[in-house]
Design a protein around this ligand. Sequence first.
Ligand code: GLY
Length: 366
Amino acid sequence: MTVIPVDLSNSPYDIHVRAGLLADVGAILRSYARDSRLLVVTDENVAHAVLPQFAATLSSAGISCAHFILPAGEAGKSWVQLERLTDWLLEQHVERSDHIVALGGGVVGDITGFAAHIIKRGCPFVQIPTTLLAQVDSSVGGKTAINSAAGKNLVGAFHQPALVLIDPEILSTLPTRQLTAGFAEIVKYGLIDDPAFFAFCADNLDSFFAGDPDIRAQAIIRSVQSKARIVAADETERTGTRALLNLGHTFGHALEADTGFSDRLFHGEAVAAGMALAFRYSVRLGLCPADDGMRVTALLKRAGLPTTLSEAGVTANGAALVDYMRHDKKMSGGTLPFLLARGIGHTFLSKDVALDDVAAFLDSDV
Ligand code: GLY
């Protein structure tokens, strides 16, 4: 078992990573179960694939679980589902000492964390992420949210989990496209500030996708260590350090908006194209060596990820994409902070980006 601490002064917690962890999760969760009961939130897909075995494991540790099932996909992150979920928690007589368990991908983790934040003014929750993207990104760091008519994740709160449990073995049940999308967020940590980890991703890409358990565990552990370090340095994204985790996301969100935040373009795929665009834009600005821009694009392509607008299925022109960016929640005082790079592993936050120039770049990029 690898245990990675998240060193937050008010709400420190541990992330446990071990292949096969889910098979004896009951023993780990025993001390989190008030009156030997846990309230588990999951979605239709995970309920089908994992919940029966999960409940049996808890039961053999003397824990019963009541469970709530969300619809699969982004539809699970709505006001309607939040109301259903909080009503259910109240029907279950949830108390502030109860741990609510999020068993699923990013959608389940985000809405469960938000419900835990507001129910009875705050209950603890445990994250058990079952997708690669949730394991290496959204389950760690306490960003919780639902979507509103105005956009994704616009209603939410910071609410740190009490514990994160990651079992890399569960990835063998994921469709390849989901695994590939999650891989983009792994590469991101190398691009932010760890060139050696970028090289690790490049050297071990084939083994990762072939299912090598050691390479998968190492990739997850190193990603989570990076995320824990960055979150501990800037828990609520005030100083600019945590903003580095948004590399590729400003371009990416515009691409997601143009494709209707739908399965046409997964979040991780949009981030991949966004990171490739951020690097090529940095090259165009003379900030980043052209060779680094090409290496980033080449690695993401090798993983099967989109790296251009057309590969991402986006037909909008630069002006339309920049218009989406103007609605970004990071927009401040008429400017949009952008993550740019001086090279692989040297990402920085720029507040001087001219959106018209970004639009011209998008029209010229092929
Ligand atoms: N996914 C970005 C963050 O957690 O800050």
